[in-house]
Design a protein around this ligand. Sequence first.
Ligand code: FE2
Length: 285
Amino acid sequence: MNMRRVKQIVRAMPVSEGAGVTVHRTIGTPALRHLDPFLMLDHFSSDDPDDYIAGFPDHPHRGFNTFTYMLDGHMLHQDSMGNKGDLRAGGAQWMKAASGVIHSEMPQQTAGMMRGFQLWINLPASAKMSDPAYQEFSPEVFPVVEDDNIQLKILIGDYQGQQGPIKDPYTQVQYFDVTIKDYADFTHALDKELQGFIYVFEGDARIGDTALPEHTFAVLSAGGALKVTAGNEGARLILVAGRPLQEPIVQYGPFVMNTQEEIQQAFTDYREGRLVRNKASFTTA
Ligand code: FE2
């Protein structure tokens, strides 16, 4: 089976989101509209409070999941139905927006580093209007696998027989935070059905002949196993992969459905206060 190579490098685009938070977007930009089943990837990384202090006041979502992984900082998540969750460094939140939620994501710090990723994962047509749910995970619940070359934290899916706490029944997402020691290799047999990407956020690495300096987002080619080699200062990256849904995608801002009519319906529901159909369940681990 072919080794996976770099198919495309996407330069992150600075975008102002929420009430004026600067995020660096890769999936969800003109260079890469979607990477089925992924709809959007934002990286936030700043120690300047002006970049994040405004936060994300009340806003709606419908039709997909969001997964937020905090590397540094502290964020309070709150929805219009009273659910409240604390997102701390090393922790994560899986939010199944599905039929609809309205929530806010507000920083709980006025100084210091705020760093992490938010990924939008599409839902199949059959689950877009199902009940919403929040799941919050503290840093300790994620297994960490270590050997001479790497340290790997399993956020979603499984790795070498170890199960992460989050299972994605629709797109079999795998999401790992991988630290590779200087000049060492990280190899992983990635299922050939999965579409994947990596984002190098510390140090530098390469795949084959393609150099991946710090803050590089790379779409992986189709194939099987992946081999990433770190540079002289080591590398830290997220490796994310999922099974494509191969369904039509119609997106308008925070609503992602299969048809134009469903988008119209989402707007009508939102305007008339019917976007939120069921109270989202809330669980923590
Ligand atoms: Fe949100």
